[in-house]
Every structure is written in structure tokens, then in C-alpha cells.
Design a protein around this ligand. Structure first.
Ligand code: NAD
Length: 481
């Protein structure tokens, strides 16, 4: 059992409250570590440290390519500890070990990608009139806050922190109280790489304490949040009071749309993988299945066969489906399944599974719900478990209407060989990302990611995310009258 500490201004610290939070392994409920229960006073220390660091030459004089070197170095450190970190992410979050590895590899790629970008974000010159030179520079925005959820801790931290540091900002991370372990390691790497004190800070604690204090702090210049809509609204409101821009990534109710001309094997596998990854505890989970009516029986039959083969167990054994994060999340999922029993039809799954030797974990069968009404909570709300709701359509327009029928718009999967139909739907569907005949494209860290509607605004990942962490300055020089 480890007693972990926050990282503020280059020092490892307890909370001023001296209180601790226990971190549990979702596989069996055992306590694996304690973390400080960070308070407003701790956040204040971290924010002031980040603000002072931003103003010191020790940071702003670091050349862009040298910031790139720092990030590249972090990528190498993560690579060196790849096995340890993959196991740590698995023990902390519960996900299958191969998915833990995928997350570590994505983190490496984020640090590499943004290392390369650090000296390549350019300005512009603007034509005004003879005798005036007008130019635009992109400057760092200042103190950036990063509130991270529990489902993909190292990936979500890495994607925004690497971009923010690449652009010359300073950073305060608030990791999720349930899954802070890999953020601790990233703090160690930043410490060891010799980053000036205060450039990277890591706060732990509950959302309504440390998280709320961070999002409402008047010295923050940008806030990045990933998590639920409800909390997203709270952090956006808090930031709004200080006129602070936010980037919000808030989950979804993403459809996989299956036409009868699809490649059946690939579509069945794609639809399955889209809902079982991290036991469905994924913002971009393919949680709605929209099938062409005439094809429903054939497709569902094959999907049920595939579901029967899925294995369930502790992440470290690398089964297909690991445990649900904790009892609270498990009960939340079960409440949707209770609703499904009364107003829809459960085709397969839904039951709790006991794993011998891991009785303290919360495991469940992957589940398919049929006969779901379009306005039901089962059709509209993020269940955040391995649960698919099924719908049917008769033609492309019906598919389009169904796809757009929720408040979310994060990701869409389209399965068809008809290229015209695929392009038409890609054009009309309100979704930040569309995958045609695949779902995820291997998670490419270069692709912009974010949502339409209540899935949030702003984009993470890729080149475009760098602009979240800059502000534009226009300079006009009159050199001739
Ligand atoms: P959450 O949105 O409440 O928490 C996400 C992060 O925000 C955590 O670090 C948390 O400590 C922090 N936070 C919580 N309240 C805060 C506040 N008032 N101010 C500032 N920060 C705050 O998510 P949760 O409670 O862990 O999970 C609830 C539901 O949210 C899930 O069941 C799921 O539907 C959804 N969720 C979505 C994602 C996603 O990737 N989109 C991730 C996690 C959870």
C-alpha cells in the first residue's frame, strides 16, 4: 500500500487538511493506496505556484524546441516504465491489461506528437496597407487547469497536459479521486526531467472540494474538463464567472448504424468492441445500435453468438471485460437495467457475475436491450457500462433521424459498402467524429476529438488542440507615414 502525495511547486505534499482518501482496486475492492484529500488552500498554493512559474524567466525563456525536448524525454520515461504503468492503470481503473497497454502507448504518442509540435505553431502576417506591417502571434494562455475523469486517466491527462506544456503554459492537474495512480508517475517524471518548479502541479481530492476550488479559481486562464454533463456545466459556470475559456468533453450516446450491405463479420466485431472496451465506461462507447429492419434478425443472431464468447474477469488476467469501477457506478448501471425490465426487453446479459477470489469487485454480463423507445432514458442517457440499446430503421432518412435523436453528438459508427450513403450520412450526422466501416481507427492521437451538442465543445487531440492553449495577439507597426 502506498501513501501518495500531491506535487505542488516542485515539492511532494500532504493536504493542509491532513486527511486522506483510499484508492481501491476495482477488481477486488482492496485498498491499494491513499492520496491527500486536497482542499481549497492546497489548490491555491498550486495555482499561485503555476502563476509565478509562468512569469519567471526560468520557464518563459525556455525555447519552443527545448519544451519539445522535455516532452520527448517524458515520452521516453513512460516508454521505459511501460510494463509497470500498464499494470498500474489496470489495477487502478480495472480495465483489461491489453487496454492498459494501449493507454500507455497512447500517452507516449501524445508526448511525442506535442513534443514535435512545440516549435511549429506559427503566426500570420495580415495585409493592411502600404507602410503597415501587421502580424499575429500565438502566445501561451497562462495557467491551465486540467480536470481528469476516472476512466482513461493517463490518456486524458497526457493529451491536454502535453499540448499545454508544448505551447509554454503552466499546468495544474486534478486527477480523479478514484484513479490517481498514473498521474503520480507523470508528476515524478516531470520532477526528474528538471522542469522548473511550479510548471507542472498535481492536486488530488474530491471533485466538490479540490475540483470546485480549481475550476472557480480567479488566477486560472484556461480550464480543460472531461467527465459528466452535470459536472461539466458546474465547472463551465464556475469558469464563466472569471471569464475563463473552457474545453469540455462530456460523453455521449454514440450510435453504430448498421446497413444490410455491411461486411457482417467486421460490423459484428466493431459493434462488440465499441461497447466492451473498458467495460463500456468510455465516453465514446457505441451504446446505441441502429440496424436496418430487414437485417435485424440476422445481425442480432450473430451479435448474440459473439456476446456468448466474451470473457469476464479481473483486468490483470486480460479478459474481454473487466470490473465496473465501484459499487456506486455498478448500482447506477443496474438502475437502468431495472428500467429495461419494465419498459423494454433484455436480449442477453444484465446479471451480476461473481469472480472467485475477487468477490469484492463488481462484474456484470455484457447486455443487449431491445424494444427501446426513442424517448426512453435507455435511449437518451449515458449508462456507462457494457450495455447496448437496439433500434431499427427502414431507410437512410430514418437512420439519420435516429442518429441525431439524442442530446449528445460525440462519435458515430457507420457500417455500409454504399459510399454515397456513407458520405451523405457523414455530412448530416451531428457528431464530432464519424467512423465508416470501423470504430475508433485505432485511437489515433492525431485526430481531433470532441462533441456536438451536449457532448461538449472545443476539441482535444491532434494539432487543433494546441490552439486551446494559446491566445492570439495582433501587432500593427506603422513604419512609413
Ligand atoms: P464527474 O464528471 O463528476 O467527474 C469527473 C472529474 O471531475 C473528476 O476528477 C471529479 O473529481 C471532478 N469533479 C466532480 N465534481 C466537480 C466539481 N463540482 N467541480 C470540479 N470538478 C469536479 O464524473 P463521475 O462522478 O466520476 O462519474 C459520473 C458519470 O459521469 C459517469 O457515470 C459517466 O456517465 C460520466 N463520465 C463521463 C466521462 C467521460 O469520459 N465523458 C468520464 C467519467 C464519467
Amino acid at each position: 500500500m502506498k501513501n501518495l502525495k500531491m506535487y505542488i511547486n516542485g515539492n511532494w505534499r500532504e493536504s493542509i487538511s491532513e486527511q486522506l482518501i483510499e484508492v481501491k482496486n476495482p477488481a477486488n475492492g482492496e485498498v491499494i493506496a491513499t492520496i491527500p484529500r486536497g482542499q481549497k488552500g492546497d489548490v491555491d498554493l498550486a495555482v499561485h505556484a503555476a502563476q509565478q512559474a509562468f512569469e519567471k524567466e526560468a520557464w518563459w525563456k525556455v525555447k519552443p524546441h527545448e519544451r519539445g525536448d522535455i516532452l520527448y524525454h517524458i515520452a521516453e520515461m513512460i516508454k521505459k516504465d511501460r510494463d509497470e504503468l500498464a499494470a498500474l492503470e489496470t489495477i487502478d481503473v480495472g480495465k483489461p491489461l491489453s487496454q492498459g497497454y494501449a493507454d500507455i502507448d497512447a500517452a507516449i504518442r501524445y508526448f511525442q506528437f506535442y513534443a514535435g509540435a512545440a516549435d511549429k505553431v506559427m503566426g500570420d502576417t495580415i495585409p493592411i496597407e502600404s507602410g503597415i506591417i501587421d502580424y499575429v502571434v500565438r502566445e501561451p494562455i497562462g495557467v491551465t487547469a486540467h480536470i481528469v475523469p476516472w476512466n482513461y486517466p493517463i490518456q486524458i491527462l497526457s493529451r491536454s497536459v502535453a499540448a499545454a506544456i508544448a505551447m509554454g503554459n503552466t499546468v495544474i492537474v486534478k486527477s480523479a479521486e478514484d484513479t490517481p495512480m498514473t498521474a503520480m508517475k507523470i508528476a515524478e517524471y516531470f520532477h526528474d526531467v528538471g522542469l522548473p518548479d511550479g510548471v507542472f502541479n498535481h492536486i488530488t481530492g474530491y471533485g466538490n472540494e479540490a475540483g470546485a476550488a480549481l475550476s472557480s479559481h480567479s488566477l486560472i486562464n484556461h480550464l480543460t474538463f472531461t467527465g459528466s454533463v452535470e459536472t461539466g456545466i458546474a465547472v463551465a459556470n464556475a469558469a464563466n464567472k472569471n471569464i475563463v475559456p473552457v474545453t469540455l468533453e462530456l460523453g455521449g450516446k454514440s450510435p453504430n448504424i448498421v446497413f444490410s450491405d455491411c461486411d457482417l463479420d467486421k460490423a459484428v466485431e466493431g459493434v462488440t468492441r465499441a461497447i466492451i472496451q473498458n467495460a463500456g465506461q468510455t465516453c465514446s462507447a457505441g451504446s446505441r445500435l441502429l440496424i436496418e429492419s430487414s437485417f435485424k434478425n440476422q445481425f442480432i443472431e450473430r451479435l448474440l453468438e459473439r456476446f456468448q464468447t466474451l470473457t469476464i474477469g479481473p483486468g490483470i488476467k486480460d479478459m474481454d471485460i473487466g470490473p465496473i469501477l465501484n459499487e456506486k457506478q455498478f448500482k447506477r448501471i443496474q438502475s437502468y437495467l431495472t428500467l429495461a425490465k419494465s419498459e423494454a426487453s433484455i436480449l442477453v446479459g444484465g446479471k451480476q457475475v461473481t469472480i472467485e477470489g475477487n468477490e469484492g469487485g463488481f462484474y456484470m454480463e455484457p447486455t443487449i436491450i431491445d424494444q427501446v423507445q426513442e424517448n426512453s432514458k435507455l435511449a437518451q442517457e449515458e449508462i456507462f457500462g457494457p450495455v447496448i440499446s437496439v433500434f431499427t430503421f427502414n431507410d437512410t432518412e430514418e437512420a439519420l433521424a435516429l442518429a441525431n435523436s439524442t442530446e449528445y453528438g460525440l462519435v458515430t459508427g457507420l457500417w455500409t459498402k454504399d459510399i454515397s450513403r456513407a458520405h451523405y450520412l457523414a455530412d448530416r450526422i451531428q457528431s464530432g467524429q464519424i467512423f465508416i466501416n470501423n470504430y475508433g481507427a485505432g485511437g489515433g492521437i492525431q485526430m481531433p476529438f470532441g462533441g456536438y451538442k451536449k457532448s461538449g465543445f472545443g476539441r482535444e487531440k491532434g494539432w487543433i488542440a494546441l490552439y486551446n492553449y494559446t491566445q492570439v495577439k495582433n501587432v500593427a507597426i506603422k513604419y512609413m507615414s
